[in-house]
Design a protein around this ligand. Structure first.
Ligand code: GLC
Length: 431
């Protein structure tokens, strides 16, 4: 049975984008490799690192540091920077894997892609020569890089949702969604919009919808990771809050097109009282020359349901080595460099990213300098992973399509959840 499922994954993936994959490799002049997990384990040479947009400007200085080290003279790394959109990043990676391209050596893997990539045999298992010590790491981050008991990536940064708020207008952040709703007229008086998250039809919408549903006590799938449980009164109550938010204007209409960057810009220019975003926003809001809220924003846990804070979706990114890489030993050393204790600290100080090393959250000097760390830790502690399945992309599409229809007012919440449940069921069986 597991073998059949795996074959199904490969087939489904291949039928998705076969032509694009072939043409990109031939026209781009890229090279291919056999994809043998036992091959090239000690091979060294120049290699690439592929990641989404370096919003926080952490990657470029690290790449420079690696390349400047005389020991790396013959193993220089080239940074291939993708777009800021999680869905576009995923499609790009898949095209290269499907083409068996050896142009991508080290790849940044969103926590939700691990299962699909590993089930397709695209990632080099981190074992034997390439084994990692995961003891210092937050266990949930190690889980997010593990599939079927094997580690396929090195946790790099984790992510938890945070409520950014205008402390000049609201000295105390709202603890619940209802408190926030009650605060909105004051935002309106100040001439600004009230709340936005990420509601464009992409992975960020899955994140925001899952948070609304989990906060209301609902779930999307059962403990097996595949049986839909989303057609429930609790889940309905969660999605209804977002739908009502759009209906009443608490969420501005243009937020239906927001990804992370757009919501950040809206808050940064002073147009928004409350924003849901990831920790990376802290650094940009406090240092961007264009930030109008440098000294007037605060950070708090996501608003809850009245009994404690909201439930964040667990985000984050892990570094994996492509099974097609022809320089796996160099790639492995680079992965270790990019996830060393020193680099993990740099992720905080340079980009306010969430490190995966447990001890950094207990570091008193850091906590003093970066007062958001305890809020972040709280978000991470209550974070809920998105479904773990090799069919994740189809499951996430089922969530996005149906939630989006409800947010736009095209279908009722009830209908959206019933359709979502059917679509998750079909997706989870590879259908
Ligand atoms: C962040 C998170 C990632 C999530 C993405 C959605 O990058 O770390 O897990 O899927 O946002 O846009």
């Amino acid at each position: 049975m597991p073998v059949m499922r795996k074959a199904g994954v490969v087939l489904a993936a291949v039928t998705l984008i076969p032509l694009a994959a072939c043409s990109s490799s031939s026209s781009g002049g890229s090279s291919t490799s056999s994809g043998d997990a036992a091959a090239n384990l000690t091979a060294r040479g120049p290699f690439s690192y592929v990641q989404g947009k370096d919003n926080s400007n952490v990657v470029k200085p690290l790449i420079d540091k690696w390349n400047a080290d005389p020991a790396n003279k013959d193993q220089q790394v080239t940074f291939i920077e993708q777009s800021a959109d999680a869905n576009a990043q995923l499609e790009d990676l898949k095209q290269h894997f499907l083409a068996k391209s050896s142009d991508y050596d080290v790849v940044d893997v969103d926590v939700v892609w691990t299962a699909e990539f590993a089930a397709n045999g695209w990632l080099q298992p981190l074992e034997g020569n390439l084994a990692l010590n995961t003891d210092p790491l937050i266990p949930a981050t190690v889980d997010s890089a593990t599939y079927a008991g094997k580690l396929y990536a090195s946790p790099q940064t984790t992510d938890g949702g945070i409520l950014y708020y205008r402390k000049d207008l609201f000295p105390t952040p709202p603890a619940s969604w209802d408190d926030m709703t009650a605060d909105c007229p004051k935002a309106k008086q100040a001439g600004i919009d009230c709340y936005a998250g990420q509601f464009q039809k992409y992975e960020g919408l899955t994140v925001n919808v899952a948070e609304a549903i989990n906060t209301a006590g609902g779930t999307i799938v059962g403990p097996d990771g595949s049986t839909p449980t989303v057609d429930s009164p609790e889940a309905a109550a969660g999605l209804q809050k977002l739908v009502d938010g759009f209906k009443s204007g608490i969420i501005p209409p243009d937020a239906i097109q927001f990804l992370e960057t757009e919501s950040l810009n809206d808050f940064e220019t002073g147009n928004l009282a409350f924003m849901r975003n990831w920790p990376y926003a802290y650094s940009l809001l406090s240092t961007d020359a264009s930030s109008k809220v440098k000294n007037t924003f605060g950070m708090a846990p996501l608003p809850g349901d009245g009994n404690g804070p909201g439930a964040s979706s667990l985000g984050g990114h892990n570094m994996a080595i492509s099974v097609y890489s022809q320089a796996k030993a160099s790639a492995f050393d680079f992965v270790n460099f990019m996830t060393s204790a020193e680099t993990e600290k740099f992720y905080i100080t340079q980009g306010s990213l969430a490190p995966v090393v447990t001890s950094l959250y207990e570091d008193k000097t850091l906590a003093k300098k970066y007062p958001y760390l305890p809020v972040l830790k709280q978000s991470l502690d209550s974070a809920v992973p998105r479904p773990v399945t090799p069919y994740y992309q189809a499951v996430s599409t089922a969530i996005q399509d149906n939630a989006y229809a409800a947010l736009k007012g095209d279908v009722s919440v009830q209908q959206a959840l019933s359709d979502m449940s059917d679509a998750i069921k079909a997706a989870s069986s590879g259908g």
